[in-house]
Design a protein around this ligand. Structure first.
Ligand code: SAH
Ligand code: SF4
Ligand code: F3S
Length: 417
């Protein structure tokens, strides 16, 4: 029996899909290269924006046609959208065999057991990637006014230190070189008085683990000890994703983000003073209810002032249950589009300018993938770096001299090993 997992959404979902894949492989199923060849299809959904839900509906529309042609096809939906809209998904797509919310993933084995023959002969394990995700916190308790995550993933909960260490060791044994610790706000990690800085110290002691990354850090509570640990610990990548969302205090307050732009800027300056060569990237929401031209200009000016290594810019999308849902979505689609493209263009110029500082520098890079004679790698700052190589160096760390830069990547020549 062959299965296929389609994943929409953030790293949390990628991590959940990896777990689903691990389970099905361990039960003797085989991974299908293409959804059309699968006997079992699982869609892992996201609800963070309407566009993510739209993707799920399109996928299910196509899946329904596949089911018409192949009545024996088994299909299930899991994830965040299944969590709060499970009933309506079941009603609309009657062919689905099961629907399980993001909080019910522990019931996955039970849900598929009626449809699959478990314990097949060809038991396999998933080939580990160069980097693997380890979830350290579930849910979120921040209730940013626009965000559906606390409603679909539940309250904030820290995973035990032992479980995190065991999971990391398992990944390293399977060949992972880099671990990405995941949580909606890793700064508030706390398990029996071990905070995130303490956890980082413990994880970095694992033999064979070369790099540690994490996300996401909320700007409202970024302790000095954490900055010092990132600076001092060689295994920790010099990369921080620090969502700002907006630089207008009026908007930030209405978003319930619990900081002002002034406080955010001070934090960025402090981090840069203490950690040389740190790369800071950010998330921005464009067109939050009530965002005026002046509010947007403040965000644009902040992007120019703070010079992020990269920006993820999202158009505000009203989400059911959230407190901002009651506000009028009063910034027109046209204005959202315009602000989005202005900011994106400026942000790309800035990141290209920043990447320019790397010209001629020799970067230690970890190779993630190889295709057509080109290695794809990343440095400690998490910038993508391409270089030519006759050999597949996936998983190896090599030195590359940077010769060309773009806004989202660089390229160069490998120093002979
Ligand atoms: N926990 C992380 C982010 C999780 S969601 C944090 O707090 O930073 C990832 C990003 O999606 C957010 O940073 C935000 O920029 C964006 N986002 C969340 N809800 C949104 C909405 N309703 N409309 C548009 N963008 C949204
Ligand atoms: Fe959503 Fe805010 Fe929680 Fe991030 S911190 S997941 S934006 S509620
Ligand atoms: Fe992630 Fe989307 Fe769920 S962003 S937590 S998959 S709503």
């Amino acid at each position: 029996m062959k299965f296929f997992v389609e994943t929409i959404g953030c790293q949390m979902n990628v991590n959940d899909s990896d777990k689903i894949t691990d389970y099905l492989l361990s039960e003797g199923l085989e991974y299908a290269d293409d959804v059309l060849q699968a006997d079992l299809v699982i869609l892992n959904t996201c609800s963070v924006r309407f566009s993510a839900e739209h993707k799920a509906y399109s996928f299910l529309g196509r899946l329904s046609e596949q089911k018409d042609k192949n009545p024996r096809l088994i299909a299930g939906v899991v994830g965040c959208m299944a969590q709060y809209a499970g009933k309506s998904i079941k009603n609309r797509f009657k062919f689905l065999d099961f629907v399980l919310g993001a909080k019910e993933l522990d019931k996955f084995a039970g849900a598929v057991s009626k449809f699959i023959e478990t314990g097949g002969v060809r038991k396999a394990t998933r080939k580990s990637g160069v980097f693997e995700y380890v979830t350290i916190m579930r849910g979120c308790g921040n209730f940013c006014s626009y965000c559906i995550v606390p409603y679909v993933r539940g309250p904030e909960q820290s995973v035990s230190v032992d479980e995190i260490l065991a999971e990391t060791e398992k990944c390293v044994k399977r060949g992972a070189k880099e671990i990405i610790l995941l949580g909606q706000n890793v700064n508030s990690y706390n398990y029996k008085n071990i905070d995130f800085t303490g956890l980082l110290k413990e994880v970095s002691l694992i033999n064979g683990l070369e790099r540690i990354r994490f996300m996401t850090n909320h700007p409202k509570d970024f302790p000095d000890e954490l900055i010092d640990e990132i600076a001092a610990n060689d295994k920790i990548c010099k990369y921080i994703h620090l969502p700002m969302q907006s630089a207008s205090d009026y908007v930030l307050n209405r978003m319930n983000r619990k900081y002002t732009y002034g406080k955010y800027k001070l934090l960025v300056e402090k981090i840069r003073n203490k950690i040389p060569r740190i790369n800071i990237t950010s998330d921005i929401i464009i067109g939050f209810p009530g965002e005026t031209d002046d509010d947007f200009k403040e965000t644009l000016r902040a992007a120019e002032d703070l010079k992020f290594g990269g920006l993820f810019i999202f158009k505000y999308s009203p989400r059911p249950n959230t407190s901002a849902y009651k506000l009028k979505d009063d910034v027109s689609t046209a204005v959202k589009k315009e602000r989005h493209s202005v900011l994106l263009e400026r942000s790309n110029e800035i990141s290209k300018e920043l990447n320019g500082y790397y010209i001629n520098s020799e970067e230690k890079v970890l190779v993630d993938a190889y295709a057509n004679g080109i290695c794809e790698s990343r440095n400690s700052q998490n910038i993508k770096i391409f270089f030519n190589s006759a050999k597949d160096l996936t998983g190896k760390t090599v030195t590359v001299k940077i010769t060309k830069v773009f806004s989202n990547s660089m390229s160069g020549d490998m120093r002979e090993i």
